[in-house]
Design a protein around this ligand. Structure first.
Ligand code: GDP
Length: 609
């Protein structure tokens, strides 16, 4: 794009609708430039034709201008108000009905109150680990303090004689990974925000994840001991992100704390128990145990060791359990303090020894009658996992669900290249909502599509839509592993067409393989544990970092893998074109001189203008 000589500074005001001419004038660019941009977006308009606000602001953003968000802001506020209503109050009937079924298995039986299970999330360095440590140090039940606490993936603290269970993995990755597998163990999320840093990208991610999971949140405003702490700014930023704390007329509790000086921790625990009370958490200790695996590892001398969070029932030594694709007899139990126990009650974490194989985090543990049942269940789970280990997350599958009228909502994670085009794309998509199906944009943001976007989509059965953006390497891996549908567009009408079709439950598959190019291996360099690097020469097309690779020897396909690294001399590069030499990292042992590497990618079809 040629930069106009005089560019307006500051945001540009747009009207709705406005003519192409007026838009060009407002932006101080030529009419041709606006028309060109419109054509790029599949809209053929003449100078005097009117275009709507969304289109105008999209064009403006694409040309590098900031536009006023006035109209956007009003709609945003309305959408936010609607979203606010969507947030269910802890303890409400709706919230209860969406609670994970496991906790509810005990309905109607000998229900007693149980402890809440809490996860701490937030931006890196905001003090998640410090806060957890501080809580543990000050709140671990008397008698257990001072002992070397074994790491089993969860800890228990006692406040006012009431137990609270904390999951030890801070951050939303574990939370979402588990939820993606259908397991939800968290009752309350504590979102930590550093008072000297404010709401940051991972804070927003955490908020999105917690919302999508409909888990009540408490905000811990940490580091208030710091001289540059600005708790009020944090509250304002939370409000900007649609988290309204009580002071601002909302119902989210915020507690100022200092993990370093250990202040505010009692208040925080108080609030956790208050929110837990509202949720009226119950379980039946008298029944056979059901729980979720939160961690597992092989240990020398102990074999397969797994930590299970018991959700209902009581787990006892000698119980026979089915756990995901494996099973076993509980030979020994340890509690969160590392003490040997004979049984584990609901809402407690226990380390179990005696499983045949290593289960995965998120696997469900159930006590069964006998070994035969346990074995059968494990076999069935293995067979089922082989058939299809993942949920519905391609647009086609979700579309099929919609047509069966199960899902009344198309959930979308939306990423665009620049912040400026977000609003316009959002409006274009939301406008497609019809009487039967609602479009719910569960996250939106500018930048590359990252792993967290994929995880959120996977956990929420959402599709990821990218406009003029791409996947980062972590996201590519994660999308492959989870099967989440990622659709990349650079033309708005293709995007809206696809979404319209998905809504009507008639979408045709659109993801296709695209061969990017080939390279010939000239030299193989052992790169230690990280696999091999093939010193190669690109013979046609291009080699793309993050792409997939096929290895051919004498015309025969030997292996399919991923390109783990791509270097020109010592530098990491995004792609290497025909006629250049490069180092291609492959996760393969067997690579030889003369092999041919084919680079390909899975892409959304028909992205041409
Ligand atoms: P995490 O990445 O969120 O787990 O953050 P950490 O717990 O590792 O903390 C990041 C940094 O912030 C460390 O240097 C901590 O010592 C510091 N920190 C954590 N909490 C506080 C606090 O309340 N006050 C101050 N001044 N520093 C803190």
């Amino acid at each position: 794009m040629d930069a106009p000589v005089v560019r307006p500074t500051g945001p540009i005001e747009l009207t709705n609708p406005m003519s192409v001419k007026d838009l060009a004038d407002a932006l101080s660019v030529s009419h041709a430039e606006v028309i060109k941009e419109l054509i790029r977006n599949g809209i053929f308009a003449t100078i005097n034709q009117s275009i709507d606000y969304d289109t105008a602001s999209l064009v403006a953003a694409e040309l590098g201008f900031e536009t006023t968000t006035e109209r956007g802001a009003t709609e945003r506020a309305a959408a936010e108000a609607a979203a606010e209503q969507d947030l269910v109050a802890p303890g409400s009937e709706e919230e209860k009905s969406t609670r994970p079924a496991l906790w509810e298995d005990a309905a109607g039986a000998n229900l007693v109150s149980r402890a809440p299970v809490v996860t701490i999330m937030g931006h890196v360095d905001h003090g998640k680990t410090s806060l957890l440590d501080a809580i543990r140090d000050t709140k671990v039940a008397a008698g257990e303090r001072g002992g070397i606490t074994q790491h089993i993936g969860a800890s228990e603290v006692v406040h006012n004689d009431k137990r609270i269970v904390f999951l030890d993995t801070p951050g939303h990755e574990a939370f979402t990974a588990m939820r993606a597998r259908g397991a939800q163990v968290t009752d309350i999320a504590i979102i930590v925000v550093a008072a000297d840093d404010g709401v940051m990208p991972q804070t927003k991610e955490a908020i999105d994840h917690v919302r999508a999971a409909r888990v009540p949140m408490i905000v811990a405003i940490n580091k208030i001991d710091k001289p540059d702490a600005q708790p009020d700014r944090v509250k304002q930023e939370l409000a900007d992100n649609n988290v309204l704390i009580e002071e601002y007329g909302g119902d989210v509790i915020a507690v100022p704390v200092s993990a370093k000086q250990r202040t505010g921790l009692d208040d925080l625990m108080e609030m956790v128990l208050l929110v837990a009370d509202l949720q009226d958490l119950k379980a039946d200790p008298s029944r056979a145990a059901i729980g979720t695996i939160i961690e597992s590892k092989v240990e020398k001398g102990r074999g397969n060791v797994a930590t299970v969070l018991i959700q209902t029932g009581t787990l006892k030594i000698g119980d026979i359990v089915s756990v995901g694709r494996t099973w076993g007899r509980v030979r020994a139990l340890n509690n969160a303090a590392g003490t040997r126990i004979k049984e584990a009650e609901p809402a407690s974490a226990a380390e179990i020894i005696g499983l045949q194989d290593l289960p995965e985090a998120g696997d469900i543990l159930r006590v069964v009658a006998d070994e035969k049942t346990a074995r059968d269940l494990a076999e069935r789970a293995t067979a089922a996992a082989g058939a299809d280990g993942r949920g519905a997350s391609s647009l086609e599958e979700i579309s099929a669900q919609i047509s069966q009228s199960d899902t009344k909502e198309l959930r979308v994670v939306l990423k665009t290249d620049v912040q400026g085009s977000l609003g316009a794309i959002r409006h274009s998509i939301e406008r497609l909502t019809n009487d039967e199906v609602r479009i719910n944009i569960i996250r939106e943001g500018a930048g590359d599509i990252n792993e967290s976007d994929i995880n959120l989509a996977s956990a929420s059965d959402a599709v990821v839509i990218g406009f003029n953006t791409k996947l980062d390497p972590g996201a590519t891996r994660s999308a492959e592993a989870t099967g989440v549908d990622v659709r990349l567009y650079d033309v708005i009408y293709k995007l809206t067409d696809d979404v319209t079709q998905a809504l009507s439950g008639m979408l045709a598959p659109k993801i296709v393989e695209q061969v990017e190019g080939h390279a010939e291996v000239r030299m193989v360099i052992k790169a230690g544990r990280a696999g091999n690097v093939a010193g190669s020469y690109v013979t046609d097309g291009r080699i793309v970092r993050g792409g997939q690779a096929r290895l051919f020897r004498a015309g025969q396909l030997l292996a399919e893998t991923r390109i783990t690294s791509l270097k020109r001399f010592k530098d990491d590069v995004r792609e290497v074109a025909t006629g250049f030499e490069c180092g291609i990292g492959l996760d393969l042992d067997d690579i030889a001189e003369g092999d041919v590497i084919e680079c390909f990618q899975m892409i959304a079809e028909a992205q041409t203008l």
